[in-house]
Design a protein around this ligand. Structure first.
Ligand code: UDP
Ligand code: MG
Length: 334
């Protein structure tokens, strides 16, 4: 994908958002007026309503609007990735199609970027309009995620953020299919800064994030950034082993010093606690190796360079494309 210096890309995943898109595009165009160069790239995530038709009309009417249409519903995270893969800007901002992420906040994100921040992420203020259910599940999800992974993601971190070209190119290096973007962006580092905002109400339609999709996202977030659940059985094994030893000692004591045991009981107890503990530990050891394989298979960069004196500004790797099919845009031709 050719990279356009100075351009700002707005990427918008949309799943059945026919009513929202025209309003969104107009609001975005109003906000982006003062900027010289920008594009609005909308990713239609396999919508079954008129979204695709609406997008074709919008892109015909306004040259700044581009769109990609998935062949089926691949999910919000995949739509965002397609956006990052195809964005041409030097800064890439993603936001939801339902106007919950206020377009009027975009200049603030861009200002922060111009001050030198490479990741400008947003955190939604606790919003009384949000259902109790969504608020609590989201809070507990982030808490769990922080506990099991080494990520430092705040409550209410949304997929409304600006990434510098360097960061986008780093994210593009992640080849794993199951990528939890919020985690990946927190993981890559760079100069990050936060903006707190108040989400608006959904403009039209209903939430496209069903409970099933939320659960899937949560499971993906945890399993793609943590191998800790795999190590759980080592811990369990050791705890069982400890109890086995105590219990075994007690069984031996009863066998030798009291008359309370039935013949054969001691052996049975000792064997079962011992074998149980050993089994858990062995499963845990397999888990540890599996975890290591899992990390290796993903082939993530071991480290990421944020800046260096070695590269001239004009030929920095994030500015020269490494992709073979330069200039090719994966869009159906108009
Ligand atoms: N979305 C998507 N694919 C999906 C579900 C949602 O591209 O499978 C988009 C949706 O069109 C919207 C954004 O992701 O632009 C956030 O979804 P939604 O507003 O429904 O989620 P909520 O705000 O209720 O969490
Ligand atoms: Mg929404």
């Amino acid at each position: 994908m050719t990279y356009h210096p100075g351009m700002i890309s707005l990427i918008v995943p949309a799943f059945n958002e026919e009513e929202n898109l025209p309003v969104l595009v107009h609001r975005l165009m109003a906000v982006m007026e003062p900027y010289d160069s920008y594009e609005i790239l909308i990713i239609d995530d396999g919508s079954s309503d008129q979204t695709r038709y609406v997008l074709r009309q919008l892109s015909k009417a306004y040259p700044v609007v581009r769109f990609l249409s998935f062949s089926r519903n691949f999910g919000h995270q995949m739509a965002l990735r397609a956006g990052y893969d195809n964005a041409r800007g030097e800064a890439v901002i993603c936001l939801d199609a339902d106007l919950q992420h206020p377009p009027e906040l975009i200049p603030a994100l861009i200002d922060k970027w111009r001050q030198g921040y490479e990741v400008v992420y947003t955190v939604r203020q606790t919003d009384p309009k949000l259902s109790w259910f969504k608020r609590t599940t989201s809070k507990h999800f982030y808490r769990l995620l922080r506990t099991v992974s080494n990520l430092d993601i705040e409550d209410g971190a949304a997929d409304f953020r600006l990434l510098d070209r360097k960061v986008v190119n780093t994210i593009k290096q992640f080849k794993e299919n199951d990528l939890f973007l919020r985690g990946a962006i927190s993981w890559v580092g760079f100069r990050q800064c936060r903006i707190i905002y108040e989400p608006a109400a959904r403009y039209a339609g209903r939430s496209k994030y069903s409970f099933r999709k939320m659960l899937k996202l949560a499971a993906m977030g945890i399993t793609s950034f943590s191998t800790r659940p795999l190590y759980l059985s080592v811990l369990l094994g050791f705890i069982m082993f400890l109890f086995a030893s105590l219990f075994g000692a007690e069984a031996l004591y009863e066998h030798y010093f009291t008359n309370a045991t039935v013949s054969g009981w001691t052996t049975l107890v000792l064997l079962s606690v011992l074998i149980g503990g050993v089994q858990f530990i062995m499963i845990g050891i397999i888990g540890v190796y599996l975890g290591k394989t899992f990390v290796e298979v993903k082939g993530r960069p071991a480290y990421i360079i944020g800046d260096t004196s070695e590269i001239e500004e004009s030929v920095a790797p994030w500015q020269s494309s490494t992709e073979e099919n330069d200039d090719v845009f994966y869009l159906p031709s108009r």
